[in-house]
Each structure stands twice: as C-alpha cells, then as structure tokens.
Design a protein around this ligand. Sequence first.
Ligand SMILES: Nc1ncnc2c1ncn2[C@@H]1O[C@H](COP(=O)(O)OP(=O)(O)O)[C@@H](O)[C@H]1O
Ligand SMILES: [Mg+2]
Length: 415
Amino acid sequence: MKAQVARIMDSSITPPLPESMPQPAASIVGISKRFGKTSVLENISFDVAEGEALVLLGASGSGKTTILRIIAGLEQPYTGKIMLHGKEVTELPPRERGIGVIFQSYALFPKMTVEKNIGYGLRIRRRRRKEIKNTVNELLSLVQLEEHRKKYPSQLSGGQQQRVAIARTLAYKPEVLLFDEPFGALDAQTRVHLRREIRALLRKVNVPAIFITHDQEEALELGDRIAVINVGHIEQIGTPREVYNNPASEYVATFLGAANILEGTISRGHVVVGNAQMPARLLGDRFKEGQAVKLIFRPEDVLISKTQEFPTGHACLSSGVVEEISFVGAYERLRIRLEASSGACETSDTPFYLTTETPERSNAKPVICTRPKPETNAFRLRTGDRVFLGLSSFTVLPNDARTSATSQPIIKTSI
Ligand SMILES: Nc1ncnc2c1ncn2[C@@H]1O[C@H](COP(=O)(O)OP(=O)(O)O)[C@@H](O)[C@H]1O
Ligand SMILES: [Mg+2]
C-alpha cells in the first residue's frame, strides 16, 4: 500500500506535461526560501507550459508573492533554481530574464499618456520610432484602449489602468508574465469582467502566465491549472476540475470550495460514519479494515430525499433533520443534522458496524447541502423535516496527520 501511495503522490506533485508541450516555458525546481531563520517556502517545484495560465492559490502569508519575486529575480532562493525555456536564470538580474510582472497597483507614470506609458519600455531600450509606434498601436488595439490613447492614468478607470499596465509589460515581449493579485484593487464586477478579458488576451498572445490570487473563484476561472499553496508548500497542483473534484487533502477541500468532512472507519468495503455507511467499491486493498478515514463531500453532491429510495448514481448516507434553510439566490442551502441513532439507511447485505471512533460526535455533525431550483420547486422543505441524504460523489482520505497537511486522495468514488 505504501508504494502505491508514494507513486500517486509523486505523479501528482509534478504532473507530466502533455506530449504536445515538450519543453516547459518555465520550471521552478526545488525552491526554498528563508527570511532570517524563518522558512517561508519549502521545496516548491512546478512547470508552466507554453501558453499556459497557472494560478498560485493560497491564503494571505502563504508565500505566493515570495515565489513570484524569486521567479522575477527580485529575491534569491535559499535552494533551487529557475529555468526559462530550458535555460537557467537563477543568477540573472531581473531585467535580463525576460519576465514581465504586473502588480495590484498599476504603477503607471501619472504624467504620461496611455500611449507614452505603453511605449516607455521600448523608448528606454532605444527602439526605432517607427517600431515603437507600430507596437503601441497594436497593443492599444489588443487591450481595446485606442480611443483613450491620449488620456492620462488619472482619467481612466481601475480596469482600464490595469489594461495599460498589461500592454506596457507586453511591449517588450516577455517570455513569461507574472501577475500578483492583479485585480485586487478593483470592484467585484470589474474584477470578473477584466479577468475574462485578460484570459482571452493571454490566449491570443500565447504568453505563459503565473497568476497569484487568494480568490478561489478567480483561480477556477483563470487557471489552466491551479497550485494550492499552504504555508510555503504546494498541497496539490492540477486542473481546476482535478483539484476541485479530487482534493488531495482536507486543506484543499475546504480552501477551494465548501466541503463536508465526516470521520469514519473502513469496514468491509464501506466507509462507516457513526451508524451510516457508504459503499465504496473502489476501496480494494488500499485501506486496511478498521482504518480511520475522512469522508469528504461537497454540498452540491448531496441529494435530499423524503424516502430512502435514491435514483441510480446515488448512495444513501443517512437520515437527518433539517436545522436551517437559507435562500442564496441561485440555490437553497440546508444545514442538516445527521441522526445519531435510527438514522442509518437500510442496506440489504451488510449489518451495522459501529466505529471505534466516537460515533455520537462525528454523526451529530451538521452537514451542509445545496439544492438547485428545480429540486426546491419539486418539494419544499421546512426546518424540522426528517429527510434522507444521498451522495453522488465523495472522496476518502486516510485520517492521519498527513491529511491535514499534504496527501493525495486515495479513492474518489462516483457512484
Ligand atoms: N522581506 C521579507 N522579510 C521577512 N519576511 C518576509 C519578507 N517577505 C515576506 N516575508 C514573510 O514571508 C511570508 C510569505 O509572504 P508572501 O510571500 O508575501 O505571502 P503571500 O503573497 O502569499 O501573502 C509571510 O510570513 C511574510 O511575512
Ligand atoms: Mg502576496
């Protein structure tokens, strides 16, 4: 079992690049960083493919900006190296790396017009006037600011200023773009609008990009892949779907989206949580009988039913009592307390297995579920109603120290 776990962990920490992308545009290899005696990054490794947008997602203080500063050459790593298109740049000064950095503050020159700002990098590089003019025109059209070319930064909205900053960076054709919370200073609507625009723009120019954000929605929408950072190390890296659907740890499951986590044990091909038991056909020999595990499922993976009958694709988890109903616009959110006794769904073949854990505590935990409109219209629920909960999908992780830190999902069951 150990070998298998190890293999899964290795392959997901440095996922193989698709064959169509032979050489990564950027490779970050074993970077660690200390400030004084404090270690802030531990053995960070990842690749960015040509044209790819990679998002570093993590809480404030997790080390995201430090990673970008090391890639840009503004900070030296304690160990590790940075490769750009196969060439090591760890020792090169920032200017010689061919990296463009875009910060939250646009840092535009206030006394220069939009077009002068965009052309600035080319003027100090002493490019020919004609070339500068052509590039500026191209970029103005790319970021759709042609009619604002003569304006000063103070005459532009935040979103427009950020577009100028991006055009100015693109002017000197960077090999990699780094964005540090680029939408942080903007209002919610502009953020969403601008991130879609920038995503489309990046696809057009095909420059690989690394984005930093602490905003999960932004990460899901912007990233071809997401690396979840937790206090200086990568918890998991994968496509938004992989990371959301197969969280490798409790941290990832709860940082990226909402998740219910119940403690249980393995018993005869089931995950037993209090009186409830979920058939987990994929268990195979990966878990030991009696092993402590965590059952993790998303609120939207719960189907509520008034009877124990569930459509195919769902397995009954337990009965419960509706404690709270909130209307959240697009869906209804329910808090349901699982019943500690008499709550189990009937199973035809298996008798009950009480866990050696504390069934009262784990089973009495409330579970959060969401119901989309068609379901809420089909049958209304009131607080105090007794219902059955079915799951369409869940993840099982070993319940040991590793799952709160780094570990990989051992099984993922879609029923
Ligand atoms: N120049 C510095 N000197 C000392 N500590 C620093 C310095 N820069 C960052 N740190 C510390 O490193 C950690 C990571 O910071 P940072 O990379 O800015 O995180 P994030 O961008 O994820 O919010 C924090 O604890 C921060 O206080
Ligand atoms: Mg930061």
